[in-house]
Design a protein around this ligand. Structure first.
Ligand SMILES: C[S@@+](CC[C@H](N)C(=O)[O-])C[C@H]1O[C@@H](n2cnc3c(N)ncnc32)[C@H](O)[C@@H]1O
Length: 208
């Protein structure tokens, strides 16, 4: 584990799992689509692919992808979030660990896709972002995809201000061997415009 607390832990004290699950249950009950991230990933590659849900939280993205026929594993550092995932999908693979030390968790590499949805990147511990991006890239197969969704202003974050710029993020990705392939403003594919407050990005690892 990193000694520095991630921003999600600073916000929730590591006790946010049940409230997070209730929030999404309320959204689903009100008729909102809460599976945009899973459908976005499913449009990129076919069922049977191996997907890592990085910062999986309560497992809502991986659980939906597993229902759609993907082979998923989830990693998160917050035990209260993982407790929900384990309760909702006990047969799935949920690993407790720090994305900055993904290489210590015994995961088989060569994932077809790694998804870090729900502001995982802006909520990492300050200063660990390039390391995490490098670790995520390292578990992708050649040609594999990193899919991220992140707020770029306070209106799209549970934080008072942005913690990450797209320029920095693309630079961390490039240094990790990932090239930007697509970028949108929403999970349903609205075009991203310069200065937008939210970005869904697809980076690809160079094909072998
Ligand atoms: C807002 S939640 C999003 C959860 C899930 N991806 C979703 O979209 O519902 C952010 C998650 O990132 C996780 N996280 C932040 N830093 C992490 C780290 N270094 N290693 C693993 N998980 C981390 C938090 O514990 C939290 O569960």
């Amino acid at each position: 584990m990193t000694t520095q607390r991630d921003r999600w832990a600073e916000l929730t004290g590591g006790q946010g799992g049940e409230e997070y699950a209730r929030r999404f249950a309320r959204l689903a009950a009100s008729g909102q689509d809460v599976h945009g991230e899973a459908f976005f990933c499913a449009a990129l590659l076919g069922p049977g692919a191996r997907i890592l849900d990085a910062g999986c939280g309560t497992g809502r993205v991986a659980i939906r992808l597993a229902e759609l026929g993907y082979h998923c594993a989830g990693v998160d550092v917050d035990l209260s979030m993982l407790a929900v995932a384990r309760r909702e999908a006990p047969a799935s693979r949920w690993l407790h660990g720090d994305l900055a030390r993904l290489d210590t968790l015994g995961l088989d590499p060569d994932f077809d896709l790694v998804v870090a949805a729900g502001n995982v990147i802006p909520l990492l511990a300050p200063g660990t972002e390039p390391t995490v991006v490098r670790q995520l890239a390292a578990v992708l197969r050649p040609g594999g995809l990193l899919v991220t969704g992140m707020g770029l202003d306070a209106a799209h974050l549970p934080l008072p201000e942005a913690t990450v710029t797209l320029t920095d993020f693309d630079d961390w990705c490039e240094r990790a061997g990932l090239a930007l392939r697509e970028r949108y403003a929403t999970w349903d594919g609205a075009p991203y415009e310069q200065g937008g407050g939210y970005a869904v990005s697809v980076h690809a690892r160079a094909a072998g």
